[in-house]
Design a protein around this ligand. Structure first.
Ligand code: 5CA
Length: 445
């Protein structure tokens, strides 16, 4: 993409309404525009990152054996009357009437609708286990929408629902989600720690939230510092292997890590004093096991091998897809702007032409731009007639992990400069070497 033809409305001034760094940079980098409290348009750069985050979520869900579908944003109120949540949900639910005076709502989550789909089509244990998920916009009329996409009213969520015959199978689904979430966050350059939490309006006994540690996080958390040393890394996971998923779950949840809702001061005292931490965190996901809470009230039953009928065992599992962009920026930035992890960057590399209008540098920039595109890399070429300083500032703000700088001096000795946004370190390469180097870097992502 040539920047002169792109739509990147960067802001020079700090927007006064933004209290935290991710919100400030998302507005300044022209990623989002607020349309109403907690409701945003996703401008091209923001939309590109959102799609990349969404793609990683899809890939890891499919890897875990979970099946994508798509449910609507609007739901009939009657489904929610069946589960009893229509009245319970309170003012967070946006209630709408259609022209026939029927009660509708903008879905804040989909337990009822997925249970309805299940009961319409599945009636035998032979179709289990089954996990269905979608990535769809939700609406929650939050009292205090704030911090940009962190606490929106309209937000994008991945929500998945497992259906199993036995409690043991449902707990395996819970573990599978836990493992797949850990992989998902790590691919985005984030460490998200599973912490014992409270189930709130979703219900159920077993639940973990995934917390990214950040000073600006809304949740208060207490944990054993040793938990921050554990990584999924590149280990191979067989998602059908119950014992393996269980052991990863135990490894990541054995140490003390809880949100304030379930914090137990006496238990926390047993953590060695030098490892006891209290901090703040951003909740980027939550998994729930709730058994037959919805299947019983909504009549979702299956025939068992011995011919009897039982309500299906369920759980639900959510990732805050749009919130993740805020969390990634909170964890990856400096005072000049965003520093995208390679896994989610909107463009792989930016090209800065130091002397726009000079025939030699223009031709060299076009050539390397075309070579990058031909190699399958997504490059943003700043071909605007601007000072070099302004171009560097824009690149630093929008946070592409790599920048190629091309000017007459380097070209006279046949080199361009490849600079890491994270370390600031520059290395000289020929244009062809720079392309190869970038291909190597991105092969791992
Ligand atoms: N049905 C369950 C699991 S699918 C559920 O709704 N869980 S949840 O309430 O915990 O939401 C899942 C994730 O969505 C949260 O962990 C959080 O990351 C994200 N989320 C929740 N509310 C908001 C909001 N107002 N703005 C942005 N993201 C949100």
């Amino acid at each position: 993409m040539r920047l002169s033809r792109y739509f990147l409305p960067v802001l020079k001034e700090n927007p006064s309404e933004a209290q935290i760094v991710s919100h400030r940079y998302m507005l300044r980098a022209g990623m989002i525009k607020q349309q109403a409290a907690g409701i945003y348009s996703w401008l091209p750069l923001g939309f590109k990152v959102l799609k990349r985050v969404e793609e990683i979520v899809h890939q890891e869900q499919i890897r875990a054996g979970h099946i994508p579908l798509l449910m609507p944003t609007l739901q009939p109120a009657d489904l929610w009357r069946e589960s009893g949540r229509y009245d319970d949900y309170g003012q967070e639910m946006l209630r709408i009437k259609d022209r026939h005076d029927r009660d509708m709502l903008f879905g804040p989550t989909n337990e009822e609708m997925i249970t309805d789909i299940f009961r319409s089509h599945v009636s035998s244990y032979k179709n289990l286990p089954l996990t269905l998920y979608h990535i769809q916009w939700k609406f929650r009329d939050e009292v205090r929408p704030r911090f940009g996409v962190m606490r929106g009213r309209e937000f994008l969520m991945k929500d998945g629902y497992n259906f199993d015959l036995t409690r043991e199978d449902a707990l395996h689904a819970y573990n599978r989600h836990l493992v797949s979430y850990l992989r998902t966050y790590e691919r985005m350059g984030l460490q998200a720690i599973p912490m014992r939490a409270d189930s709130g309006p979703i219900g159920g006994d077993d639940t973990h939230e995934f917390l990214v540690l950040a000073e600006t996080g809304e949740s208060e958390v207490f944990y054993d510092a040793a938990v921050t040393d554990i990584r999924m890394g590149a280990r191979e996971i067989n998602y059908d292997d119950k014992a393996q998923c269980q052991s990863v779950m135990e490894e990541f949840t054995a140490l003390y890590a809880r949100t304030d809702e379930t914090h137990d001061a006496a238990l926390f005292e047993q953590v060695p004093a030098e490892r006891r931490r209290s901090a703040r965190g951003i909740e980027v996901g939550q998994i729930f096991y709730f058994g037959t809470k919805y299947s019983e009230s909504m009549g979702a039953t299956v025939v068992t091998p011995d011919g009897s009928r039982v309500p299906v065992e369920m759980g639900s599992h959510g990732i805050g897809v749009s919130r993740l962009l805020g969390a990634i920026i909170e964890a990856n930035h400096d005072d000049k702007g965003i520093i995208w992890p390679e896994g989610v960057t909107p463009f792989h590399v930016g090209i800065v032409n130091l002397k726009q209008g000079d025939a030699g540098t223009d031709a060299a920039c076009t050539e390397i731009y075309q070579a990058l595109v031909a190699a399958g890399l997504d490059a943003l070429y700043d071909d605007r007639d601007e000072r070099a300083g302004a171009k560097f500032a824009t690149m630093d703000l929008i946070g592409l992990p790599w920048r190629i700088t091309i000017g007459p001096r380097g070209l006279s000795s046949g080199v361009v400069e490849l600079t890491s946004r994270r370390t600031g370190v520059s290395t000289e390469f020929t244009a062809a070497e720079a392309v190869v180097k970038l291909l190597e870097i991105y092969a791992a992502h």
